[in-house]
Ligand binder design. Sequence first.
Ligand SMILES: [Ca+2]
Length: 239
Amino acid sequence: MTRTHLITVVAIVTLSFASFGQAWAQTELIVNGGFESGLSSWTASGSFYYWNNPARAHSGSQYAYFGVASDGATPLVNGSGSIYQSISIPSGATSATLSFWLWVASDEGTTVAYDYLYVEVLNSSGSLLATLATYSNRDKSGSFSSTTPAYQQKSLSLTAYAGQTIRIRFRGTTDYRTATIFRLDDVSVSSTVPPPAARIDSYSPSSPVEVTVGSSTTISVTFTNTGNTAWSFIAGATV
Ligand SMILES: [Ca+2]
C-alpha cells in the first residue's frame, strides 16, 4: 500500500534596503564657513580678506571682511572684492537655506547707500543667476571704529537650486571715501533631504513555479528608488 504525502515547502524571500530607516537627512554643504582656516575652500578675488581677532569674530577667532585693506584698518576706497564657494544642493532637497552672520560698521550715514555687499548665486560657469540680498552702509549697526560686535543672522532660501551645482558669492564694492566694513562669519548652507523609499514595479515569475530539491530558480524583482537618496539592495532567501 502506497501513501502519498504532500509536502509544502514555503520559501520566504526577504527583501531589504540598506538605507531604510534613515531619518530626514540634514547636511551642511559649506566648508570652513567660520573662516577658522582663513579663506581655505573659498575662492577670493580683489580686496576680500580674513582677520584673526576673537573679540570681533562671531564665533571662533577668525572672520572674513570687506571694506578695509588687508591691514585690517585702512578704509578701502573704490574697492571691490569677492569670495565664493561651490556647493551641490542634492536633488530632491525639500529645503536648502543659506545663513550667515553679518556685522556692518560704517562712518557713512544711513540715508544713502554708498558701500555694498551683495549675496549672489552663480552657476558653475560663473554666470550670475540671482542676487539674493543686498546690504549697504544703511544696514550699519555702529560706527566704523565701534568694537562691540553687532552681528545679525541672515537667512536666505536656496531651495530653488535643488539638484544644481552653484556658487555662493559674497561681493563687495566701496565708493571713493568714508569707511564701511562688512564682517562675515559662520556661513552655512543646510539642506534637508527626505529618507529613501522604494517601489516594486515588477517581479517574475509571477505565477507558481515548481522547484525541486537540489535545484534553484531565479526570482527577478525590479525596483524604483522613489526617495531622494541612494540605497543599496540586499536580498536573502530562506527555505
Ligand atoms: Ca569665525
